[in-house]
Design a protein around this ligand. Structure first.
Ligand code: KG4
Ligand code: ZN
Length: 364
């Protein structure tokens, strides 16, 4: 008979406090509950996540999230097999809040503790949602992350490339801010771009002239600022059409960069002769229809499958942490009460660290 494992997962590495219960049975993962308490309104007036405010809010909300997740799953602590928690990378105060809560639960119940890498949580989600086998190619593209990874095993990843500065979601958010559109910027920019001419402004496609899969998005934001200022200087302000054209041009540039870098990542990945030729995506930016369409076309051309988990599991959540914990549980990768919270924790330690740290903490 196959193993049944039920874990509680905790996530608090950025601006979402989350708890979830996930069960593995008959070789399939099932989400019994998934609770996410966001903090958008707490940070709204500051134009970005304030680490101290985030950490305090996590401490205040995490117990309630755990209680709610257990209640919705119809389980008590005694029905669990272990506690999984994001132990990094992220804003350290928030990561500590989750790790301390998980340690308390583990010490009080005797349940085993599993420290999970947040990026591994995102990267292993397609195994929970679509039962993907290893290896597969993964693009993490969110407000805090942007990297191409080959997932070989729950604890083994090769990073093919990543952003050397901003993550695309950050660039979408800053673009919205520069154009007076609401936050989070991605959906607002996408909606405005729907009525825009993507060819009116010639935005750069950064780093396409360099080999490899590394990306850069901060120059694009500067180009947008210049184009905006040029229009304002000429006409004394921005019309709705100007805004739409700027958004469309910006979005097309991000989509082109991600598509071309995906093409290169796929070529590299196919060189490993994978049995599962699939590109999977995760992260809030994967919700963008233009970007998703561009990635799907690249996959089609290369004969690859394209997997995009449902949006609620693409963005930060604790079900992905519980699932990654289950994967570690099966491998016997348990942690003790000496588990350390880490601000940085690259998935692929054989690669040089990605430089920079965005508004949502370290990139890796
Ligand atoms: O994965 P996520 O919820 O949080 C982390 O960053 O970890 O991603 C949020 C990011 C935000 O920057 C948001 O603007 C962006 O994803 N986003 C989008 C869209 N929806 C959300 N970007 C472009 N187009 C969208 N439709
Ligand atoms: Zn994330």
């Amino acid at each position: 008979m196959s193993e049944t494992i039920t874990l509680l997962g905790l996530e608090s590495s950025c601006d979402d406090t989350a708890a979830a219960v996930v069960r593995l049975s008959e070789e399939r993962g099932e989400i019994l509950s998934s609770v996410v308490a966001g903090q958008t309104e707490l940070h709204a007036e500051f134009g970005g996540v304030v680490p101290e405010i985030a950490a305090r809010a996590h401490v205040e909300k995490i117990d309630l999230c755990v209680e709610t997740a257990l209640e919705q799953a119809g389980l008590g602590l005694k029905n669990l097999d272990g506690i999984a928690v994001t132990a990094g990378p992220g804003l350290i105060g928030g990561v500590l809040a989750g790790v301390m809560c998980a340690k308390g639960l583990s010490a009080a119940t005797g349940l085993p503790l599993l420290g999970v890498n947040h990026l591994a949580g995102h990267a292993l989600t397609p195994r929970l949602t679509d039962g993907l086998g290893f290896p597969y190619l993964m693009l993490l593209v969110s407000g805090g992350h942007c990297q191409f990874l080959i997932a070989h095993a729950p604890d083994r990843f090769t990073r093919l490339g990543g952003t050397i500065d901003d993550a695309p979601g950050e660039a979408f958010d800053k673009t919205a801010k520069l154009l007076g559109l609401p936050q989070p910027g991605g959906p607002a920019v996408e909606a405005a771009a729907g009525n825009g001419d993507s060819k009116r402004f010639a935005f750069p496609r950064p780093l396409l002239d360099r080999p490899g899969c590394d990306m850069s998005f901060s120059g694009l934001k500067t180009a947008l600022l210049r184009a905006r200022d040029h229009v304002v200087a000429e006409k004394g302000g921005l019309t709705v059409q100007d805004r739409a054209d700027l958004c469309a041009g910006f979005q097309a540039a991000v989509a082109d960069v991600l598509a071309e870098k995906a093409r290169r990542a796929i070529a590299d990945y196919l060189g490993h002769a994978p049995t599962v030729p699939v590109l999977a995506v995760a992260g809030g930016v994967a919700a963008n229809a233009t970007i998703r369409g561009a990635l799907e076309r690249v996959c089609d051309r290369a004969g690859l499958g394209f997997v995009a988990p449902p949006l609620a599991l693409c963005t930060d959540n604790a079900a992905m942490i519980a699932w990654a914990g289950i994967e570690r549980f099966r491998l016997g990768l348990f942690d003790g009460l000496d588990l350390v919270a880490r601000p940085r924790w690259p998935l692929d330690v054989s690669q040089p660290a990605l430089v920079g740290s965005g508004k949502k903490g370290a990139k890796a």
